[in-house]
Design a protein around this ligand. Structure first.
Ligand code: PMP
Length: 417
């Protein structure tokens, strides 16, 4: 290379940018999860991992998905892979609307996973500093979605029946006296992530009443509701609110659900049902986010909802019920005195509380040495705490692994005590 060529190359070198200084305030509010780093430790192949929270892949209806994809391509031709409407594939929205009396497709917005619903709802509802009520603990992914929009969290106390509605009422009264009634409440009434707890019917009714009395919008996140393996199905907050107000356009409840846990997560099909002024705004927000959820995957799901989905739900419910029972039996046998755990009636998780003073973050490397892993509970609290808690998922482990893993975790706990 000649001297002139070298200097020309040098002059094209960009000045070093301070990327961090260029970030938006919104981006600065996004936090790298220390837990995510810690969980890399648990990704080794010979570890029994109760941390992940993934559905059971051996139950995925792969043959049905393949047939549905072929059927959709034959039925719709190029339209199956053309741009689609932001609202979503109409036959799928019609099917969803038909599940709830009085609902129309105008009240249904398809989203790319419920995770997108949480992000879009954060975007259209949360101003910086807005008060948002969340369960303590709550779904970490919801906190991640809302965080960039700058909410101020208020934690609602919970017990074995979910949100303590009396404590919530006191909190709302106190906020009203201060002239600061929260705008939004985020709740997971069925088999909550992370605790596995279910909100009682009485509390559901009271929560709906309170949302009306105080004018609080409620996001009801319900990806697990169909996966009940013990007891009777309870009405959603959304359906209770429709019973009261009789009109989807007057409901205070924004209901989110997903095909991720009932069918498969990788197709990324989920939905929001809410008053039309909310779904109309979500359409605008979604246009800017991804134009629409992939056309073909929506068509695949629409092909499957009639026959395959009910069968699949039954299969998953039975399998998770067996796995939960095995895990609970293991906890009773192997966990030391003084350790408490929830007994879920459905879903994928249970929640363990160790004696006060124990630290599940510090304990994780010792568990991993014993070839077992979990998720420490503290990141699920919007305002910190929960150092002595952990989430265990039974959905993604074979029965033999559940027995061996819980024995190993029990041994880890006994040696730490
Ligand atoms: N909400 C809750 C409570 C969840 O547990 C999850 C997934 N773990 C989601 C939303 C997001 O699910 P998806 O985007 O796959 O629909």
């Amino acid at each position: 290379m000649t001297t002139t060529q070298t200097s020309a190359v040098q002059s094209l070198e960009p000045a070093a940018l301070d990327f961090a200084a260029l970030l938006s305030d919104r981006a600065r509010r996004m936090k790298a999860s220390t837990i995510r780093e810690l969980l890399k430790l648990t990704q080794q192949p010979d570890i029994i991992n109760f941390g992940g929270g993934l559905p059971a892949p051996e139950l995925f209806p792969l043959g049905d998905i393949q047939r549905a994809a072929n059927a959709a391509l034959e039925r719709y031709g190029p339209a199956a892979v053309q741009y689609g409407t932001t609202e979503g594939h109409l036959p799928l929205r019609e099917w969803i609307a038909a599940q709830t009396p009085g609902l129309t497709p105008a009240h249904v917005q398809i989203t790319t996973g419920s995770q997108q619903a949480l992000d879009l709802l954060g975007k259209v509802l949360i101003n910086e500093g807005d008060l948002v009520l969340v369960e303590a603990p709550t779904y970490l992914g919801a906190l991640q979605s809302f965080q960039p929009y700058g909410p101020q969290y208020l934690e609602m106390p919970t017990d074995e029946y979910g949100i303590d509605v009396d404590a919530l009422e006191e909190l709302l009264k106190a906020q009203r006296r201060k002239g600061q009634v929260p705008k939004l409440l985020y709740a997971i009434p069925n088999f909550q992530n992370p605790t596995g707890r279910t909100l009682s019917l009485e509390r559901r009714r009271r929560l709906v009443e309170l949302s009306g009395e105080y004018g609080v919008l409620v996001i009801e996140d319900d990806p697990y509701g169909k996966l009940r393996f013990v007891g009777e199905e309870l009405p959603s907050l959304y359906s209770l609110s429709l019973e009261r107000c009789g009109d989807p356009d007057r409901s205070h409840i924004i209901y989110c659900s997903s095909f991720s846990k009932t069918l498969v997560p990788g197709l990324r099909d989920a939905w929001v049902q809410a008053a039309a002024p909310i779904t109309d705004k979500l359409v605008q927000a979604k246009q800017g986010a991804d134009l629409h959820t992939p056309t073909l995957t929506q068509m695949i799901v629409a092909e499957l909802v009639q026959d395959v989905l009910p069968r699949q739900i039954e299969r998953v419910r039975v399998a998770y019920g067996e796995r939960a029972a095995l895990m609970l039996a293991g906890l009773r046998e192997h966990f030391p005195q003084g350790v408490q755990f929830t007994e879920p009636e459905g879903g994928m998780f249970l929640w363990v509380t160790l004696p006060e003073g124990m630290d599940t973050v510090a304990l994780l490397p010792r568990a991993v040495e014993n070839r077992v892993a979990y998720v420490p509970g503290s990141p699920f609290y919007a305002q910190g705490g929960g150092a002595n808690t952990m989430r265990l998922s039974y959905s993604n482990a074979a029965p033999a692994q559940i027995e061996a893993g819980i024995a190993a975790l029990g041994a880890t706990l006994r040696s730490a005590l």
